[in-house]
Design a protein around this ligand. Structure first.
Ligand code: BTN
Length: 264
């Protein structure tokens, strides 16, 4: 893969919004490299991609297993003049963009799990890690995206949750360049839309794709556990949980299907 063939597949909007593209064979983490570059003053909008990561990072301090050519490991850095609390909605917009990009390439039956997992038949296909960096008066968001392309049996065994890969879902795998271009094009269009109109235009899109909407779920956040029925997300991207104490708006935590019956 080279920069020019990737640029050739970008929409005008997406091409205009990306100042630089860096492609690495191997790196510790594309998100960590993006943070390092911001800290050393390289603050233009940039894409960093790697064929493998030696210290790929997932949400909640987890590791993101990133062997060579098994997945897409991508970080997009963009300057944003947004409040830090907009990060949650942005991460949902990113998940919608990843799902739409993969669906365009032939993946069927994809769903979202709040706040930002892309699933196929209940198994994780892609994960997103958004990080915020402040440099002087400016704020930068790093959109880290990992998509499983072809996982080895060994990788599947090492990951402590059900996972799937694009190779098991589509009849013909697109090239990495096509995949990356699709991800960047969808992201760039949706982030542009978010900057103009906020999350409200994404609320319905999210709710139609949410795998647990109207299901009983448990939300784990550190030591705390909350159970209730998921009502989907509101216009801010918060998860609405109907509990025995009333409807609560949830801003953090991890969602699991509820194993306990909920009183009607
Ligand atoms: C998750 O836990 O679901 C988020 C996984 C995010 C992984 C991607 S791979 C590219 C980027 N670099 C990282 O170190 N992490 C993100």
């Amino acid at each position: 893969m080279d920069e020019q063939s990737l640029r050739n597949l970008l929409t005008i909007e997406s091409e205009k919004s990306i100042d630089s593209i860096q492609i690495f064979e191997e790196i510790d983490s594309t998100n960590s490299e993006s943070i390092r570059q911001i800290r050393t003053g390289h603050t233009e909008n940039r894409v960093i991609v790697a064929s493998s990561q030696t210290a790929g990072r997932g949400r909640r301090g987890r590791q993101w297993l990133s062997p060579k050519n098994s997945g897409i490991y991508l970080s997009l850095t963009r300057g944003f003049s947004l409040e830090a609390n907009a990060l949650q909605a942005l991460s949902l917009v990113t998940a919608i963009s990843v799902l739409e990009a993969l669906r365009d390439l032939g993946a069927k039956g994809l769903q979202l799990k709040w706040p930002n997992d892309v699933l196929c038949e209940g198994k994780k296909l892609a994960g997103i890690l958004l990080e915020l960096q402040q440099k002087e008066a400016s704020r930068f968001v790093i959109f880290g995206v990992g998509v499983n392309i072809e996982l080895s049996a060994d990788s599947i065994e090492r990951i402590d949750r059900p996972v799937t890969d694009l190779g098991s879902i589509v009849s013909e795998l697109p090239s990495r360049t096509v995949l990356l271009a699709s991800l960047l094009n969808h992201l760039s269009r949706n982030l542009g839309e978010y900057e103009v109109s906020g999350f409200s235009s994404f609320e319905e899109r999210w709710n139609s794709l949410d795998c647990y909407r109207m299901s009983d779920i448990e939300i784990q956040n550190g030591e705390s556990r909350l159970i209730g029925k998921s009502l989907g997300v509101d216009a801010d991207g918060s998860l609405l949980l109907q509990t025995e104490q009333g409807t609560q708006s949830i801003n953090g935590g991890e969602v699991f299907p509820s194993l306990r019956p909920i009183a009607e």
